[in-house]
Design a protein around this ligand. Structure first.
Ligand code: UDP
Ligand code: MG
Length: 341
């Protein structure tokens, strides 16, 4: 990501001539087919920024909308230089939209939210108070969530429990878009697929501190939700991915190897038992299902260990080809930064 290495100017000139001060916060909003919400969103943002009282920029990422969204956004940006619009060529998804917004964010803190006004931009000072306390990430918690129970709130509650347990970053509401991130920690978070829901967990893996505050939540007034119940399965698969990358990506042999040795070990013990029956008690073992199981376990075990070794090689290629360190330095006292990072 070369974009992060480019020195960021303190002030940028807008096409309409006004120079913008370096913002304190960058509000990042993915947007896909939300034409009805846009005028209300604009008003709410302007009011919330005035209420917050610090310089702010708003980065809206139009994720390939097919309605009039882009035209409306462009018109806003021409009027108000605090608004930056990024337009994707097609619908790349919410994660990609967040990544594009983060890459462009100049503020110290990036605040994310939905374009559909389900989040309340007036909650920004609430999040920022926690950031000022020293947290790197502050997650909104829709304590009083205004969505249907069976297909939205219940699966979300179960998923949050599971994600909290597996990643050890305990949040009530991973799915809430309203969150604040210090942009400095986002540099170390690489987003793929639909991993935006896991940013707090991914950031915690690179040493970020995470907390949450209850925020306002409203029912969607315009347009419709872009997701259905089918996302539950994708969230589960992503969770396995995040868990594996977080705990074992620099030592995959420990996962595959442990499973492999356990499997092969049990297989070998069963094999010894069957051999004993055959050799010393002269029993026939050729027709026993246990024999099949023993062979299967040994074969699977060998395969898992081999897979672990292959994964070790891939890990080395991943880190060494990019000169990636396997650690992240927060700061160095009395030392040369360039040489150490
Ligand atoms: N969104 C997007 N690209 C997509 C799907 C959604 O940019 O492919 C945006 C959408 O416009 C909204 C936010 O992501 O601003 C969250 O989507 P939605 O409100 O449909 O999700 P829900 O709140 O129902 O979970
Ligand atoms: Mg929504």
């Amino acid at each position: 990501m070369t974009a992060q290495k480019v020195a960021r100017p303190a002030a940028v000139a807008h096409p309409n001539g006004s120079a913008q001060p370096k913002p304190k916060i960058s509000i990042v909003i993915p947007l896909y087919n939300e034409e009805e919400s846009i005028p209300h969103l604009y008003e709410a943002l302007v009011e919330a920024i005035a209420h917050y009282g610090q310089p702010a920029e708003v980065i809206i990422v139009d994720d390939g909308s097919k309605d009039r969204s882009f035209a409306l956004l462009k018109e806003i940006a021409q009027r108000d230089p605090r608004f930056i619009i990024i337009r994707f060529r097609r619908n790349f998804g919410q994660t990609a939209a967040f990544a594009a917004g983060f890459a462009k964010a100049r503020g110290e803190v990036a605040i994310t939210m939905d374009a559909d006004l389900q989040n309340d931009p007036m909650d920004i000072p609430l999040l920022m108070a926690k950031v000022e306390e020293g947290y790197d990430i502050v997650s909104g918690w829709r304590k009083n969530r205004q969505d249907r129970y069976w297909d939205r709130k219940l699966p979300s509650m179960l998923a949050n429990r599971l994600i909290s347990n597996v990643t050890d970053v305990r949040l009530h509401d991973y799915g809430c878009s309203l969150k604040a991130y210090r942009t400095e920690v986002l540099k170390h978070v690489h987003l793929y697929g639909e991993l935006h829901r896991f940013i707090p967990a991914l950031a915690s893996q690179v040493g970020a501190t995470v907390t949450e505050v209850p925020v306002n939540h409203r029912a969607r007034q315009y347009g419709s939700s872009k997701y259905g119940i089918s996302r539950t399965i994708r969230v589960m698969l992503d969770l396995i991915n995040v868990w594996f990358l977080g705990s074992y990506s620099t030592r995959p042999i420990h996962v595959f190897g442990t499973l492999g040795l356990a499997s092969a070990g049990i297989g070998i013990l069963l094999g010894i038992y069957l051999s004993f029956l055959k050799i010393f008690l002269a029993q026939s073992i050729g027709n026993r299902p246990l024999l099949l199981l023993a062979v299967l376990l040994v074969v699977i075990g060998v395969q898992l260990v081999t897979m672990g070794l292959l994964a070790e090689m891939i890990t080395r290629t991943y880190y060494e080809s990019q000169d990636k360190p396997i650690y992240i330095v927060r700061e160095i006292v009395n030392g040369d930064w360039e040489e150490s990072v």
